[in-house]
Design a protein around this ligand. Structure first.
Ligand code: GLV
Ligand code: MN
Ligand code: MN
Length: 398
């Protein structure tokens, strides 16, 4: 095992037990809940050990600085700690652990950056607790108004402002304006690298994507006494809509997923009065995505007419196509001799890319599985990711 691989494993082991569910082996690291707060404590310790003072942005995002934060023209790297329910170990934390190790690599090789370098931890990237993905980066850059974020509520009714302990600060242009570029390292979430010799790739783009809530309303009634012909069952409309989403996505070469559903009253012997399903949809082009969601909605409305139910559609978040800075991606791909890939997954880098030159590095994932306990990367590939990130940071801070 190389030194760097051993160092990766040692640091990785420090956070590996935090928030892991013994049953599934996956992670329950929701933003600002105990496990994520422990990870933030770990972040502070790591920063302190390296003499990196922390700036909090008032939105839940943390930045640890090597060099003078007031000097401007800084390079930012980092990712997020939060997970989806029973998510994998790597999605997010790999970018933060790798960032601290890359700082160590630079220091050991005697590199003194000519500009400040910051390691960031963004809050609520997955949107698993408050429903809006990349909440922290959207707040920091002003893409989401603070008043709207403050009142987002989790499943227990706790608002984002309550979880944060104060009203979010909202846009901080004087803070993100200090960054000249952002590089987020992330586990790959597909199999594009799995059968190649490349442990690391550079991102070219993020597909446009979003989350839409379908509320289906019908008439709650008795399962044993209501004649089939008399029912107004929103579960039927919901089920048809899920199948329609799958079909319409396949027809367009797009992706559609309904991975979350809530039913009222959720009783085995009662026809539901209401079903809510969340559609996650993604496509290579914005027009394809819009056409997909419209087609699914049209089919839901038509089916609701037949079922005697009602359906409403609410857009909960939308992320436009992100084309990462082409010059930067080409420069990093040449530096690392790495392939360049698009992705359908969302990232804080996609939000920051609207404001500053931004790049992403992907670390090979042997199964391609992500948002699942089975997500994986070898220690050797993670070490290769750290080495690549260190080279990139050396290049961008010189
Ligand atoms: C975040 O990982 C997303 O793509 O939903
Ligand atoms: Mn994710
Ligand atoms: Mn992620």
């Amino acid at each position: 095992m190389s030194d760097l691989t051993a160092r990766f494993r040692k640091l990785w082991d420090e956070i590996a037990p935090i928030g892991r569910d013994a049953g599934s082996g996956g992670y329950l690291r929701y933003a600002l809940t105990e496990p994520e707060l422990l990870l933030r404590g770990w972040f502070r310790d790591q920063a302190e050990q390296r003499g990196m003072p922390i700036i909090e942005d008032g939105n839940g995002n943390l930045f640890a600085w090597w060099g003078d934060p007031d000097a401007g023209d800084a390079v930012l790297t980092g990712s997020h700690f939060d997970s989806v329910p029973h998510g994998g170990a790597y999605d997010g934390p790999l970018g933060i652990v790798s960032a601290f190790l890359a700082v160590d690599e630079l220091r050991e090789s005697g590199v003194t950056p000519a500009r400040p370098l910051a390691v960031g931890a963004f809050v609520e990237e997955e949107g698993a607790r408050f429903g809006v993905p990349c909440l922290g980066s959207r707040l920091l850059t002003g893409a989401l108004p603070a008043e709207r974020a403050a009142v987002l509520r989790d499943a227990d009714g706790v608002s984002f402002a309550e979880a944060l302990g104060h009203a979010p600060a909202g846009a901080r242009p004087e803070l993100w304006g200090r960054f000249r570029s952002f590089v987020e390292l992330h586990v790959e979430q597909g199999r594009a690298l799995a059968d190649t010799v490349a442990p690391v790739a550079v991102a070219s783009a993020i597909w446009p994507h979003g989350r839409w809530r379908f509320d289906f309303r019908g008439e709650g009634n008795h399962a044993g006494t209501t004649r089939m012909a008399d029912r107004r069952d929103p579960m039927l409309t919901y089920a048809f809509t899920v199948l329609a989403a799958n079909k319409e996505a396949r027809l367009r070469g797009a992706y559609a997923t309904v991975g979350r559903v809530s039913v009222e009253p959720n009783a085995t012997n009662a026809i539901p009065s209401r079903v809510t399903g969340w559609l996650d949809a993604r496509a290579a082009e914005p027009e394809i995505l819009t056409g997909l969601v419209e087609a699914v909605h049209d089919k839901a409305v038509e089916r609701a007419r037949r079922d005697g139910t009602a359906v409403t559609l609410t857009e909960e978040s939308a992320t436009p196509l992100v084309a990462f800075d082409g010059g930067l991606a080409d420069r990093l791909a040449a530096l690392l001799d790495a392939p360049v890939l698009p992705t359908g997954a969302g990232h804080d880098a996609g939000v920051l890319a609207g404001h500053l030159p931004t790049a992403m590095l992907f670390v090979r994932n042997p199964t391609g599985v992500s948002h699942s306990p089975a997500e994986s990367a070898t220690d050797a590939d993670c070490a290769a990711g750290v080495a690549a990130l260190a080279r990139v940071l050396a290049e961008l801070t010189c």
